[in-house]
Write a protein that binds this ligand. Structure first.
Ligand SMILES: [Zn+2]
Ligand SMILES: [Zn+2]
Length: 172
């Protein structure tokens, strides 16, 4: 069975499939940010598992500092002058391993991973190129009519063509 990538709606609880690794998650109302423990959403709308973020701890901390300034509800004095060590302490997590210990930063992690800077997104930074984007690219640069002719020439029937496509898909 073909697994759809992205949002598969089914009443209020639905599943989200990471477009990078195909891992499936339960989310609410088709919104991957309802599960920011595991998932994140970048500012360009790419949803994926948090473990695909490719950045050093220091880079993530600096991005959090930058984002923190965009939220007027959080008022952290001298934010610009905090050292990396102080930032690490500021954003350190409580016992549940998710919520930030510092009560002034209530829900900050949720907001951060729901609207993450594109610098931390593997898709926006070209670490991963989505199959759907590759297909869009191929359709843009190739003469579709020519491809259609090639398909007709190469395969004697639709069944043979589909069988070939199925084999290709299983390769990854
Ligand atoms: Zn993933
Ligand atoms: Zn992105």
């Amino acid at each position: 069975m073909k697994i759809r990538t992205g949002f598969v709606s089914n009443s209020s609880c639905s599943s989200f499939i990471c477009p990078i690794c195909q891992e499936s998650y339960f989310i609410m109302d088709g919104d991957p940010t309802s599960n920011t423990h595991d998932l994140c959403l970048c500012k360009n709308g790419h949803g994926f598992c948090q473990n695909h973020i490719i950045a050093t701890e220091e880079v993530i901390l600096e991005q959090k500092r930058k984002e923190l300034k965009n939220y007027p509800e959080y008022d952290i004095p001298e934010l610009d002058n905090l050292t990396i060590k102080e930032l690490k302490k500021l954003f350190s997590l409580g016992k549940d391993g998710w919520e930030i210990k510092d009560k002034r930063l209530y829900l900050f992690n949720h907001k951060f991973f729901s609207d993450m800077p594109t610098e931390l997104c593997p898709i926006c930074s070209f670490h991963s190129v989505l199959k759907s984007d590759i297909i869009r690219y191929m359709l843009k640069v190739h003469d579709v009519q020519y491809v259609i002719e090639e398909i007709k020439e190469r395969f004697s029937s639709y069944e043979e063509f589909i069988r070939f496509l199925g084999e290709e898909e299983n390769e990854d």
